[in-house]
Design a protein around this ligand. Structure first.
Ligand SMILES: NC(=O)C1=CN([C@@H]2O[C@H](COP(=O)(O)OP(=O)(O)OC[C@H]3O[C@@H](n4cnc5c(N)ncnc54)[C@H](OP(=O)(O)O)[C@@H]3O)[C@@H](O)[C@H]2O)C=CC1
Ligand SMILES: CC(C)(CO)C(=O)C(=O)O
Length: 338
């Protein structure tokens, strides 16, 4: 059994985590489906650049078909729409006592757990900003909250070890007993990020638009209402304050959090979300259905109405399929806010 850490999906998030862990002396193997990226890493190492740190880390990378052996620690960092396929592909390589850690946005732990078993799934929340720039090159735009936790909140030996690994990247990484709280918090913030991807503007310029504050407020309130109805206590991070979007909170409370999210996103070299980048730069389908769209079914289960969320998903589909990103698209979302 290999103690090598497998990073499955070596893009912005997986590449960053892997490079820092390898630089700290861990044995890391990257797995990715982009042959040019794999070749560049093996030939020249993986370069992390930008305002946080710049270095080139010699590393090994393989395509999934060339991987051999079984591994105890797999960090999964593919986009949510690839979670199911990637988890099926990694399954034969996962040791019986191994774990898959989801370094992703969304509730991927549910999908992963359905394939490898919940007992082999570890929850993870990442909110740093990074972009895949090209083969062998990643921009690390800013630090952000990182948390790790067992799905049932237990403090186990294995979660302490995973926490140690993530601390090699982010010294302030938290070992939490409420990982679902962070994941649902990110669902709330994530919905707002999807809304910012409807326009060409940066995340912070979207959050700064007084005209559109009602959109961010409505999305935050809908997602937090679903989380609450499902018995989750959502947690805050980097400006996102779940309490500001809970029943009883005032508009002023929500505006304080929106300003704080604007401020957080003013201090990054990654000015736009990954979703925006998928649409505007990579010209590809986003994670909207797999990462965020699942809210609709989860809301129906508990009888919560999410009209603005539904409209957002529809508009993201429109910009994915040819409608130009523009403030008019966000204006249209605004009209769906009561
Ligand atoms: N980037 C960021 O700043 C942040 C991202 N996240 C989340 O992290 C997750 C990963 O995002 P990010 O790193 O940006 O994505 P990237 O697209 O940069 O990296 C994912 C990599 O995985 C590859 N891949 C796709 N399918 C497979 C597969 N089956 N097996 C192996 N590799 C595969 C992709 O190839 P291809 O490009 O061909 O699909 C790509 O190279 C997402 O859920 C995202 O929302 C969370 C916080 C911050
Ligand atoms: C904006 C960011 C990096 C969180 O800070 C993110 O999660 C995304 O791009 O999807």
């Amino acid at each position: 059994m290999s103690n090598t850490i497998l990073i499955w999906g070596a893009g912005a998030v997986g590449g960053t985590l892997g490079a820092f862990m390898a630089r700290a002396g861990e044995d890391v193997l990257l797995v990715d489906v982009v042959p040019e990226h794999v070749e560049a890493i093996n030939a020249h190492g993986l370069t992390i650049e930008g305002p946080v740190e710049s270095f080139t880390q010699p590393m090994r990378a393989v395509g999934p078909a060339d991987l051999k052996g079984q591994f105890k620690t797999v960090i999964l960092a593919v986009k949510a729409l690839h979670t199911e396929a990637a988890t099926q592909a990694l399954l034969p390589h996962l040791a019986l006592d191994g774990v898959v850690v989801s370094a992703q946005n969304g509730l991927n732990e549910l999908t992963i757990g359905g394939i490898v078993g919940a007992e082999r799934t570890i929850g993870c929340f990442v909110n740093f900003g990074a972009d895949w720039l090209g083969p062998g090159r990643i921009l690390l735009g800013n630090r952000g909250k990182v948390a790790i936790g067992e799905l049932d909140g237990a403090t186990t030996a294995r979660i302490r070890e995973i926490h140690r690994l993530f601390s090699l990247y982010e010294p302030d990484a938290e070992l939490t007993a409420n990982i679902w709280g962070y994941l649902w918090g990110k669902m709330g913030y994530g919905g707002m990020l999807f809304a910012t991807a409807l326009t060409p503007a940066s995340m912070s310029d979207n959050f700064a638009s007084a005209k559109h504050a009602a959109v961010f407020m409505a999305l935050g309130r809908e997602v937090m209402a679903v989380a609450r109805a499902r018995g989750v206590t959502p947690l805050g991070f980097n400006g996102f304050d779940p309490k500001a979007f809970m029943p009883g909170a005032t508009e002023a409370d929500a505006l304080v959090s929106i300003r704080a999210m604007e401020e957080h996103n003013r201090h990054t070299a990654k000015t736009h979300s990954g979703v925006w980048r998928d649409i505007a730069v990579r010209k590809r389908k986003t994670e909207v259905d797999a990462q965020f769209g699942i809210i609709v079914g989860l809301a129906e289960d508990v009888g919560v109405k999410v009209p603005v969320t539904r409209k957002l998903i529809d508009l993201v589909h429109q910009v994915e399929t040819g409608r130009p990103q523009g403030w008019d698209v966000l204006d249209e979302l605004l009209t769906s806010c009561a």
